[in-house]
Design a protein around this ligand. Structure first.
Ligand code: ATP
Ligand code: MG
Length: 361
């Protein structure tokens, strides 16, 4: 029996509804596998602004750092859209990523047979696609200094700086190889080495790291080609690893392949402290409070937490299996129900998942 302390930050909008669902599912896992999960709750985003005057209160951050992992719902909503920058809910997210040293963003994209008609791609192209995007999250163009406008010889110019330390590149690439070892043993390293010096160093490091992982195949791909290949033939990929900006773009692209925002989990791994798990979708103000949200992205995020932070593989498998079973049995929340058949609410979906987890014992 294991004992784990989980910080839950439900956030705003449907974040609250889906976080509640994930906690219930984890409790069912605790019952079936005899683990003790302790849940502690913190404020983040819009609600934190309303109650504490800041999108990420210090108490929340401290609580997260003292936990074994963090589960985050979603933040934001129209109520705070016109706030000054330091009082925007999204600031809370950026700050927590930075403060907790969340250097690696992992987005698995998995195709579900039963949701074939939600994909913008033809079923034969996307069927069996199962890939993982690993994006560097704390460096590169988004953080490099200088980032400014200035006047040079009377002309307005602009500069952004792509800055990486060798170690920062190495640690994200290594993470990708480690993850590939547990999957299908292929890493596609994405860069723009025909143009950028940063990419040439990236490629060099990828080659070095690959030597430590003789069981994993390494391939290099230019980012423009990768963007195209993701749509043409997503099945060719296992793990894709890339720097911050390329990863930002490719991970969003990849996330629509299976056509269901409400299905996609993510993990943000910390350098040394607890890691954070969240669905890739936002707070969905248009459906918030209506018990309509698809809780599966959040539930699958908690499965990633079990696997990556706690090493509980069987338990994570049990959640993923329950999700497969519930979908195969035809249950759909409104976002993925094409013909309006079998539409269930958030809470009904959670009940179905729990029932399968507990039944299997
Ligand atoms: P962000 O907050 O990241 O900027 P966004 O505002 O672009 O995100 P979301 O809040 O994710 O987007 O919502 C986009 C659309 O997808 C909305 O119509 C929303 O209702 C729908 N959606 C998002 N997540 C879910 C979910 N879990 N279940 C059902 N529908 C969802
Ligand atoms: Mg939103």
């Amino acid at each position: 029996m294991g004992k784990y302390r989980i910080a839950v930050l439900p956030g705003d909008g449907i974040g609250k509804e889906v976080a509640k669902g994930a906690v219930e599912v984890l409790k069912a896992i605790g019952t079936r596998f005899d683990h003790h999960f302790e849940f502690v709750y913190g404020l983040i985003g819009g609600e934190a602004i309303d109650r504490e005057g800041t999108p990420l209160p210090d108490e929340t951050l401290q609580m997260c750092n003292e936990s074994d992992a963090v589960l985050l719902g979603a933040v934001g909503g129209p109520k705070w859209d016109h706030n000054p920058p330091h009082l925007r809910p999204e600031r809370g997210l950026l700050k927590i990523r930075k403060e907790m040293n969340l250097f690696a963003n992992l987005r698995p994209v998995k195709f579900y047979d039963s949701l074939a008609d939600s994909s913008p791609l033809k079923a034969e192209v996307v069927k069996d696609a199962d890939l993982l995007i690993v994006r560097e999250l704390t460096g590169g163009l988004y953080f490099g200094k200088p980032s400014e406008r200035r006047i040079e010889s009377g002309e307005e110019v602009v500069v952004d700086t792509l800055y990486y330390k060798r170690e920062e590149m190495k640690r994200i690439i290594k993470t990708a190889f480690e993850l590939a070892q547990k999957r299908n043993r292929k890493v596609t390293s994405v860069d723009k080495a025909n143009v950028l010096e940063s990419s040439r160093m990236w490629r060099e490091i990828a080659e070095e790291v690959a030597k430590e992982f003789p069981d994993v195949e390494l391939e290099h791909m230019l980012v423009d080609n990768a963007a195209m290949q993701l749509i043409r033939n997503p099945k060719q990929f296992d793990v894709l690893v890339t720097e911050n900006m390329f990863g930002d773009i490719l991970s969003d692209e990849a996330s629509v392949l299976t056509g269901s925002l409400g299905m996609l989990p993510s993990a943000s791994l910390s350098i040394s402290g607890p890691s954070l798990y969240e669905p890739i979708h936002g707070s969905a103000p248009d459906i918030a409070g209506q018990n309509k949200a698809n809780p599966l992205a959040m539930i699958l995020s908690s499965a990633m937490m079990l696997r990556l932070s706690f090493g509980l593989h069987q338990e994570a498998d049990a959640i993923e299996k329950a999700v497969q079973q519930v979908l195969a049995a035809g249950y759909r929340t409104a976002d993925v129900a094409k013909n309006g058949k079998h539409v269930v609410s958030t809470t009904q979906m959670v009940e179905e998942i729990k029932a399968r987890i507990l039944d299997d014992s």
